[in-house]
Design a protein around this ligand. Structure first.
Ligand SMILES: NC(=O)c1ccc[n+]([C@@H]2O[C@H](COP(=O)([O-])OP(=O)(O)OC[C@H]3O[C@@H](n4cnc5c(N)ncnc54)[C@H](O)[C@@H]3O)[C@@H](O)[C@H]2O)c1
Length: 316
């Protein structure tokens, strides 16, 4: 199958590209390399360069739709987006990428005869939940510009399905972590980077807030399954387990061989106290279940961070 991955040079996108190439698909990557990097695709380029093409393209501009019309992908995995925390300070840029960029992509997909778009949505669309674990029918009260846009994108996807027959699946991702995630990409990468460097990180709030952490390989498996399953659905992709941030700290500190307790900061009013998603719908419609235990995923992540820091020291 010919596939386009937007954001394919990023953390999740590059892992997805590796998986799609390993399964024998032809893959085009469209990425502006703003937070992603070609280094993430180095192995894919070395091993399977004939079936991989990489275009440095910004989804905000018409070139993205032109690329789609030219390459005619059967399926588009749409992961290009600015970091959620950046959207608070720059809501206009976020909307340009998420809303205008997605519309360019959808228009291109219709013209090219693409059959399906698989979209990377986020647990942040729910806002502070009434109760956990959160099911897909829970009211959505997004509290960041990025989450507002992700919510609206699913409405657009629905519209394109109804009017143009373009199939979609929206994957509502928990906190994905793993190798290649940049320190500002999520709390596991942030804590891991600091603890491996023997710095003492500050936890947001008092650390009792819970989150739902999912290893990147498990997330990528859900994307791969969505290639031909879950049409017309938004589906939670998460571990279904709550982990307190202070518990996460202790697990990562143990792997990084750090004994110090965390430094705590005053609780922020915007911190959601509890978050975890029910992945039951994914089990029914995608045949997907999370499988990597947290400690195993964290160990792989800390090993990768250690290796990155060692390589950076050698380069200096
Ligand atoms: N990592 C998580 O925990 C998580 C959770 C929920 C949702 N998501 C979503 O999954 C997707 C991938 O996230 P990630 O964690 O891999 O982040 P990432 O920053 O590593 O990946 C995003 C990629 O998109 C590219 N990009 C950004 N703006 C672009 C633009 N205008 N045009 C073209 N490319 C652009 C970046 O260069 C990067 O390679 C995003 O849509 C994100 O919102 C991630």
């Amino acid at each position: 199958v010919r596939i386009l991955v937007t954001g394919g040079a990023g953390f999740i996108g590059s892992a997805l590209v590796d998986r799609l190439l390993a399964e024998g698909h032809d893959v085009d990557v469209a990425d502006d390399l703003s937070t992603g990097s070609l280094a993430n695709l180095a192995a894919a380029r070395a091993e399977r360069s004939r079936r991989l093409s990489i275009q440095r393209i910004d989804v905000r501009f018409p070139g993205c739709a032109e690329l789609i019309v030219h390459r005619k992908p059967e399926v588009i995995f749409h992961l290009a987006a600015p970091l959620e925390r950046a959207s608070l300070a720059r809501p206009l840029v976020d909307a340009e990428v998420n809303l205008i960029g997605t519309l360019h992509l959808l228009q291109g997909a219709v013209s090219a005869g693409t059959s399906k778009v698989v979209f990377a949505s986020s647990a942040s669309v729910y806002g502070p939940p009434d109760d956990v674990p959160v099911r897909e029918g829970h009211p959505q009260r997004p509290e960041t510009p990025s989450a507002v846009a992700k919510k609206a994108i699913v409405d657009y996807l629905h519209f394109y399905r109804q009017v143009h027959g373009l199939e979609y699946t929206a994957l509502i991702l928990g906190d994905v972590y793993g190798p290649r995630q940049q320190p500002d990409g999520g709390i596991v990468a942030e804590l891991g980077t600091r603890l491996v460097a023997k710095e003492r990180p500050v936890l947001p709030g008092d650390g009792t807030q819970t989150r739902d952490f999912l290893f990147v390989d498990d997330a990528v498996d859900a994307f791969a399954r969505a290639l031909d399953h879950g049409g017309g659905l938004a589906v939670n992709i998460a571990s279904g387990t709550e982990t307190a941030v202070v518990d996460l700290y202790e697990r990562i500190a143990a792997l990084a061989e750090v004994d110090d307790p965390p430094r705590l900061s005053p609780a922020r009013s915007d911190e959601i106290p509890r978050l975890c998603l029910d992945p039951g719908r994914a089990s029914i419609h995608l045949g997907w279940k999370p499988w990597t235990p947290l400690d195993e995923g964290l160990a792989k992540t800390v090993d990768w961070i250690r290796e990155e820091q060692r390589a950076a020291r050698t380069r200096r």
